[in-house]
Design a binder for this molecule. Structure first.
Ligand SMILES: NC(=O)c1ccc[n+]([C@@H]2O[C@H](COP(=O)([O-])OP(=O)(O)OC[C@H]3O[C@@H](n4cnc5c(N)ncnc54)[C@H](OP(=O)(O)O)[C@@H]3O)[C@@H](O)[C@H]2O)c1
Length: 295
């Protein structure tokens, strides 16, 4: 494809659910893309939950470990802007090494090489959540705000990819919720990618809370999953009072898992709603998954 735009954009976290949609959208709009990955073969395979393969979408591969300071020092050389969706989700790493330090190293490289805009994907209300994961992200967001670079901090609630956990419980027969009336507007990766790129191209410094076009209670989310499966709704409520002792015990054996549980459960008992954006509907997303798998 002939590039219609000479601007080169570095994408960190390019192999993740959201990062793949970001790369695809940038490519589709005619930008040159430099993508950071630790495994090109995996990057060029299909991503999770409908996220695209990066095969043919990337102009320049930066292959290496984001924790390697030599590799990252000049990763932003020759690029105009950066979008970072880099962060620990299911990976075993410490969020302070990735969400904070590795993003900070990319920021330092960007400052050194005169990058114009740095768009960072954070978490909605992350500054209020006590998990190390969100603390590390909040700490990086603060560094970014104090940088001279024009920064766009995007704060979404859960992605459609994470809402598959509800579909998986529904498939097993019952959805367990901590707080059925709490609300969330989950967002599809393709919609969020568009929003991030639009804000980056506007070039204004700021922070935006953004979610998908539909606001659900967690009860309605569970009902949506059962509807996609064509099964009767079965929901059980667990008191959030059980969380501190469970997280405390889990912490003795696996600190990372305990921290993830703290983050996930926190998000399920606090309203997480950003400004509505996008067109993708959760029921269609669930139905597609059901159609393509052995549900
Ligand atoms: N998922 C949600 O519901 C949600 C909601 C709000 C905010 N967020 C944030 O949005 C960002 C993207 O989320 P996502 O769901 O797209 O996550 P994802 O699919 O796990 O992608 C995360 C990206 O970060 C990279 N990464 C993570 N740990 C790494 C490590 N130790 N070394 C090198 N690279 C590492 C991954 O590389 P590999 O592919 O090589 O592992 C991947 O490219 C994250 O920062 C997440 O915290 C997510």
């Amino acid at each position: 494809m002939n590039k219609t735009n000479n601007r080169t954009i570095l994408v960190a976290g390019a192999t993740g659910y959201l990062g793949r949609f970001v790369v695809a959208e940038l490519h589709q709009r005619g930008f040159k893309v430099r993508a950071i990955t630790r495994n090109r073969e995996r990057a060029e395979s299909l991503g999770p939950w409908g996220a695209p393969s990066l095969d043919g979408l990337v102009d320049d591969w930066a292959i290496g470990e984001v924790t390697n300071s030599e590799f990252i020092a000049n990763v932003a050389e020759g690029v105009d802007d950066v979008i970072s969706t880099l962060g620990v989700t299911k990976q075993k790493a410490n969020p302070w090494d990735i969400d904070y330090k590795a993003n900070l190293s990319i920021l330092h490289s960007s400052e050194k090489h005169g990058v114009k805009n740095f768009c960072f994907v954070n978490v909605i209300e992350g500054n209020k959540c006590p998990a190390q994961l969100t603390r590390a992200k909040t700490a990086f967001a603060q560094e970014l705000v104090s940088s001279q670079i024009s920064s766009q901090i995007i704060n979404p609630p859960g992605y459609f990819s994470d809402m598959t956990q509800i579909l998986q419980m529904a498939r097993k027969g019952r959805v367990f919720l901590f707080s059925p009336k709490t609300i969330i507007n989950p967002i599809h990766g393709a919609d969020l990618a568009k929003f991030c790129i639009d804000r980056l191209l506007d070039g204004n410094k700021g922070s935006w809370n953004v979610g998908g076009p539909e606001v659900f209670t967690w009860q309605e989310l569970a009902e949506c999953a059962f509807q996609a499966l064509g099964r009767p709704v079965r929901v059980a409520t667990i008191s959030p009072a059980v969380l501190p002792p469970i997280i405390g015990i889990l912490r003795l054996f696996n600190k990372r898992m305990a921290d993830t549980m703290r983050f996930v459960s926190w998000s399920m008992i606090h309203d997480c709603v950003g400004k509505s954006f996008g067109t993708h509907r959760l029921l269609n997303f669930y139905k597609d998954i059901v159609k393509k798998s052995d549900y």
